[in-house]
Write a protein that binds this ligand. Structure first.
Ligand SMILES: Nc1ncnc2c1ncn2[C@@H]1O[C@H](COP(=O)(O)OP(=O)(O)OP(=O)(O)O)[C@@H](O)[C@H]1O
Length: 566
């Protein structure tokens, strides 16, 4: 119920959709009444010659017009619902995407790609079905029976009373079944998200699985999750069919009871033929919208489960957003000081980074070394604002700050890691993505950045130059070329802080040496922190910080018990 209210409150096109549905539902009910009355009159006129004052041909003509108008109203209702639902879909998808892009990297780290994809694609489609089919049908299921009941009451109060008994029974059983089905639909939705997440991961790691001859295991895992999903879907469908059966049963019993009561009174001449026939024609129509709602029951449940998941993402609070930003311009920062900073990842019993104390001065070039697992990447993540400390303080020009996870800081930092991501697109797009706010740059500036990154000859070899498609589906780039593209991006970005995480790892010595030369040029006039295992590269820096991890005691100059730091 809460989700339904939220949909009405927050999605702008839902309210007008409801208004349209009420108006069209009212028109449809009135036309239905006219149709039933005219039909009863026609039959009465044909067989019993009542009502006497009306011409049969005219009545048949009127009936045909009413029938046509009613079909037209139905078509308009379908069109309006589809139109508003499509607008709502666009609206929620735009809001969802803008939320995803404004969230901090801290939030994104926690989310599973597969779940996000399922919510963005199937979730929003399910919500569209809910808005286009279930919601209009629920309005009709209230409007039409109420209008018909008023008229039936005027014609025959006994039939109206019988319908009044049958309808609440249907609603009662629907609520009862709905409660059970609701949790089933949510479970089914989570299983679908899980299936998508696993499927995506297997696709990404397909090559590795093949190399280790483990693709059969992956297939089995997918089959297992798929089967669990199938069982959950069948359970939900069973409840949906059961609810349809309950609906049909009570609707048939209700109509039968009305017919029986009418028949008995007609036999005893307690009731005139025309009103009795009108009520008999209206009784099935009274139940029809409720029965139609039953067939949309599954769409309704799926839509609500998807809406809940979409709203959960929209409600996600941006990590680090409420942290006060020190009143300094980050591009002018002179010193960043870590005071007893610790990081403990969720679910871990020990700190991955312990009481780090260190000051980075503007323009300084620092190499960070240490054994695997000592927390070098974790330290760079803290600096790049993609991770927050569990305890300790980061001081920016003497002002305390519990995290650097704010867009203002991130705009001044460039992080180059071991495997830069190359998007499927042109080389130009892959370079320009480094520019803030979707800016573009002239070709000669892009070419100069590629030249500085050592990619001049490579660029010349590309058939379409800057417009050559690279990455997935385009020209594949080697590890060294990808790293150089990342260096070209860093040249274009011109941020004062440069963070590098083993930029030459996995490269052959010759390429690594060339990349180091390109990086050295990039580090000019910038504050640099580089994680490296290469002693030669470390020597080119101003100083070397060695992290030794939690178990070791030979950490050099990074721990401060008295808070003074290195
Ligand atoms: N997301 C995470 N969740 C839990 N533990 C993590 C997470 N990321 C890193 N760790 C743990 O934190 C510790 C430090 O990891 P980190 O990647 O910072 O080490 P590193 O020094 O960069 O290692 P390497 O040289 O192998 O890249 C490791 O023990 C690692 O298992």
């Amino acid at each position: 119920m809460g989700i339904q209210r939220r949909l009405i409150r927050e999605i702008s096109s839902v309210r007008p959709l409801m208004v349209w549905m009420v108006v069209l539902g009212l028109c449809s009910s009135i036309l239905l009444l006219l149709q039933a009355h005219l039909m009863a009159d026609c039959i009465g006129s044909l067989f019993l010659h009542v009502p006497k004052h009306r011409n049969l041909v005219v009545m048949v003509g009127e009936l045909a017009v009413v029938f046509l108008v009613r079909s037209l109203v139905g078509a308009i209702a379908g069109f309006v619902a589809a139109r508003f639902a499509a607008n709502a879909k666009l609206d929620i998808r735009a809001r969802w995407l803008s939320k995803l892009f404004t969230l901090s990297p801290l939030n994104i780290e926690r989310m599973q790609t597969g779940e996000l994809v399922t919510a963005a694609v199937s979730g929003i489609d399910n919500l569209e079905s809910y808005l286009a089919r279930y919601l209009p049908q629920s309005v009709e299921a209230v409007m039409v029976p109420v209008v018909l009941l008023i008229n039936i009451f005027q014609l025959d109060w006994i039939s109206a009373t019988l319908l009044c008994i049958a309808a609440p029974l249907i609603v009662f059983f629907m609520i009862l079944l709905g409660k059970g089905a609701d949790s089933m639909a949510k479970k089914q939705w989570h299983l679908l998200e899980n299936l998508s997440a696993n499927f995506l991961e297997l696709i990404e790691g397909l090559l590795t699985l093949k190399l280790f001859s483990r693709s059969a295991d992956a297939k089995r895992l997918l089959a297992h999750i798929g089967d669990a999903n199938r069982v959950a879907t069948m359970k939900t469908l069973r409840v949906a069919f059961l609810s349809s059966f309950v609906l049909e049963l009570f609707a048939t019993l209700g109509t039968g009871a009305v017919a029986l009561a009418l028949g008995l009174r007609l036999l005893h001449a307690d009731l005139a033929f025309i009103p009795a026939l009108t009520v008999l024609l209206l009784a099935p129509e009274f139940f029809q919208p409720i029965r139609a709602l039953g067939t949309e029951f599954h769409a309704g449940l799926n839509g609500l489960a998807a809406a809940e998941s979409l709203f959960a993402m929209l409600d996600e609070r941006e990590d680090g957003a409420d942290v006060p930003i020190p009143v300094v311009s980050f591009s002018e920062v002179q010193a960043i000081r870590f005071v007893d900073v610790c990081v403990r990842y969720p679910g871990q019993r020990e700190d991955s980074l312990q009481e780090l104390c260190l000051t980075i001065h503007r323009g300084e070039k620092i190499a960070v070394t240490g054994p695997s697992g000592s927390g070098k990447t974790t330290f760079l993540q803290l600096l790049s604002g993609t991770l927050s400390p569990s305890s300790g303080v980061i001081e920016v020009d003497g002002q305390s700050c519990s995290t650097l996870s704010c867009a203002a800081w991130r705009n001044n930092v460039t992080l180059l890691n071991q495997a830069p991501y190359i998007f499927s697109g042109t080389l130009r797009e892959n370079l320009q993505m480094a520019l803030p706010g979707g800016d573009t740059m002239a070709d000669n500036a892009l070419q100069e950045a590629l030249l500085k990154a050592g990619l001049r000859d490579w660029l010349r070899s590309l058939p379409g130059g800057l417009d050559t498609r690279i990455g997935d589906g385009g020209r594949q780039v080697s590890g060294g070329e990808a790293q150089r593209i990342a260096i070209a991006r860093a040249w274009l970005r011109q941020s004062p802080f440069l963070l590098l995480d083993e930029p030459t790892a996995n490269l052959d010595p010759l390429t690594a040496a060339e990349i180091e030369t390109a990086i050295t040029a990039l580090t000019e006039n910038r504050t640099v922190v580089v994680v490296t295992h290469d002693p030669g590269f470390s020597r080119r820096m101003d100083r070397v910080i060695r992290l030794a991890g939690a178990d070791s005691s030979d950490e050099e100059g990074t721990r401060c018990k008295d808070g003074t730091g290195y």
